[in-house]
Design a protein around this ligand. Structure first.
Ligand SMILES: [Zn+2]
Length: 243
């Protein structure tokens, strides 16, 4: 699936397949600015974006992302409390909570099941690949949602077109996830994070996986760490919930 984005757009809808779900997923784009929490300017970008989508800031839950594989249940906590927890995924079965992750090449992945309130979002880069399986386990363990009932949507991230890595990282990734999630081609080593996650999700036996094919590094409408570098990149935010 491709997201069609017009010039100057500040946000994009990530379509969530599946009848009977109240959820939507909305992604901020490069033009909306950096969506970190570190500076006043970035916090203002967030507030402006939340307002544009009609979501009160007090409903938005995020964590301190560390490229790990931990998943936090947010119910019973406040957004401020969650913001200081180091994790890379969130689960909830409360209708009011809007789950969020920030991304700039890493994949945002949404998990949900028709007729169920339990849902999850994860931030999955190369180091954290595998977190999606943890999140499926949380949905099952906490809310009784069998993997076979779960639909996954993998949002935009860096494609293998742009994700050249060094040999060591390639070998480490291939050793853990097999050859399908990495490529050695023309003397280069590349990772395919989407393919690795699709394989993981299929091996768990979830119901469906939908992949957004846009490459955040190729397409300038998106925020990209790889393209823009540490000092200039914009973190995008994905909001996932009923709003
Ligand atoms: Zn690319």
């Amino acid at each position: 699936m491709r997201l069609e984005i017009h010039d100057g757009a500040r946000a994009a809808e990530i379509p969530l397949a599946g009848s009977g779900i109240p959820w939507r997923a909305r992604l901020s784009l490069h033009a909306a600015g950096h969506m970190g929490r570190e500076t006043e300017e970035r916090r203002e970008n967030r507030t402006r974006f939340f307002r544009s989508v009609g979501v009160e800031s007090g409903r938005v839950f995020g964590v301190t992302q560390v490229h790990g594989r931990d998943v936090l249940e947010v119910d019973g906590r406040t957004p401020d409390d969650c913001a200081s927890v180091q994790a890379d995924g969130l689960v909830s079965d409360g209708l009011d909570a809007v789950l969020s992750v920030t991304v700039a090449d890493c994949l945002p992945i949404m998990l949900f099941a028709p007729g169920k309130d339990g849902r999850a979002i994860v931030h999955s880069g190369w180091k954290g690949t595998g977190i999606v399986a943890r999140a499926v386990g949380e949905l099952s363990g906490r809310y009784g949602i069998a993997p076979g009932a779960v639909d996954a949507v993998i949002g935009p991230g860096i494609g293998s077109c742009c994700y050249e890595v060094d040999r060591e990282r390639y070998e480490r990734f291939t050793a853990e996830f097999g050859p399908g999630g990495s490529l050695a081609r023309d003397g280069t080593w590349r990772l395919d994070l989407r393919a690795a996650n699709v394989m993981l999700l299929e091996s768990i036996g979830i119901r469906s996986v939908t992949v957004v094919d846009n490459c955040t590094c190729c397409e300038h409408e998106f925020g990209s760490y790889r393209r823009d570098g540490r000092d200039r990149f914009h973190n995008m935010i994905v909001l996932f919930g009923a709003f």
